[in-house]
Design a protein around this ligand. Structure first.
Ligand SMILES: Cc1cc2nc3c(=O)[nH]c(=O)nc-3n(C[C@H](O)[C@H](O)[C@H](O)COP(=O)(O)O)c2cc1C
Length: 252
């Protein structure tokens, strides 16, 4: 009779962990793509990964619309370029990325969320402050669920060798009102982000990531990991643009 594998080995599959980490480490954002025909099978492989995402109450409140028509991509891409210009006029001080590369993305998937499913989470149906608190939490549950599924799709695209781009600047009413009817998305759904992917026009670069000890706390929160309000403001002023647009090896 075959010997059962010792349980300790079952939970120490470093080979699988390393294969996964290779994908995790090499998933990198890129904002301009080379022309390339993405086979339909790749879209299916990527969204098959999204399908397995965890979600609150297992309600799977996500829909993915693969956009293949270059004209539709151009319409959506132009809306983001407009958004870029609006932000410049508003003088937000945010280093908004250049969205002209969106229309070049051979892989283009619009992500929709069904917020009606917040009713599937613990909520109260009255006007009380408590009901509001539960509803806010339910919205967070829903968004985290969609993000968990979307991240799986990004990792699958990275595993296939593509550069990825997660675009969330889609909440604006104008973008919703133009894109929803164009893609026949029912009014009840919300467009939450767009996943672009493809071979990068220029090689991707690895952005700065915090060290493990800066995010990991054993047994209690480590005070050294807490930033004061002033430190957060300083980070936004002096570090944000670098971590967004520079290779991690060039961050001082
Ligand atoms: C929730 C979320 C929202 C993001 N929104 C945008 C966005 O609207 N526009 C954009 O150009 N990049 C966006 N990004 C990409 C980030 O800028 C990028 O992930 C970050 O700079 C780290 O780089 P990396 O993905 O190469 O690790 C977003 C990423 C996440 C996870």
């Amino acid at each position: 009779m075959a010997q059962a594998e010792p349980t300790s080995n079952l939970f120490d599959r470093r080979d699988r962990y390393e294969a996964l980490m290779d994908v995790m480490r090499t998933r990198m954002t890129n904002r301009a793509f080379a022309q390339h025909d993405i086979p339909n099978e790749h879209f299916e492989l990527i969204l098959e990964a999204a399908r397995h995402g965890p979600s609150g109450a297992n309600c799977q409140p996500w829909h993915y619309i693969v956009v293949r028509d270059p004209e539709q991509k151009a319409v959506i891409g132009d809306l983001f370029v407009e958004e870029q210009q609006t932000r410049a006029k508003l003088k937000m001080g945010f280093p908004t990325p250049n969205y002209t590369g969106m229309r070049t993305a051979p892989g283009f998937i619009v992500v929709a969320a069904d917020f009606r499913f917040i009713r599937a989470f613990p909520v109260l149906s009255d006007d009380s402050a408590q009901a509001k608190m539960y509803e806010e939490n339910a919205e967070r549950i829903l968004l985290q669920s969609v993000a968990a599924s979307t991240m799986s799709a990004h990792l699958a695209a990275a595993a296939l060798g593509y550069a990825v781009w997660w675009v969330t600047a889609i909440g604006q009413a104008r973008i919703q009102t133009v894109v929803k009817p164009m893609l026949d998305v029912p009014e009840a759904l919300s467009l939450v982000d767009i996943m672009c992917f493809g071979p990068p026009r220029k090689p991707s670069y690895k952005r700065w990531k915090k060290q493990l000890h800066q995010i990991m706390n054993w047994d209690r929160f480590h005070p050294a990991n807490f930033m004061t309000d002033e430190q957060v403001d300083l980070w936004i002023k002096e570090a944000r643009h670098k971590v967004m647009y520079k290779d991690e090896s060039k961050i001082d």
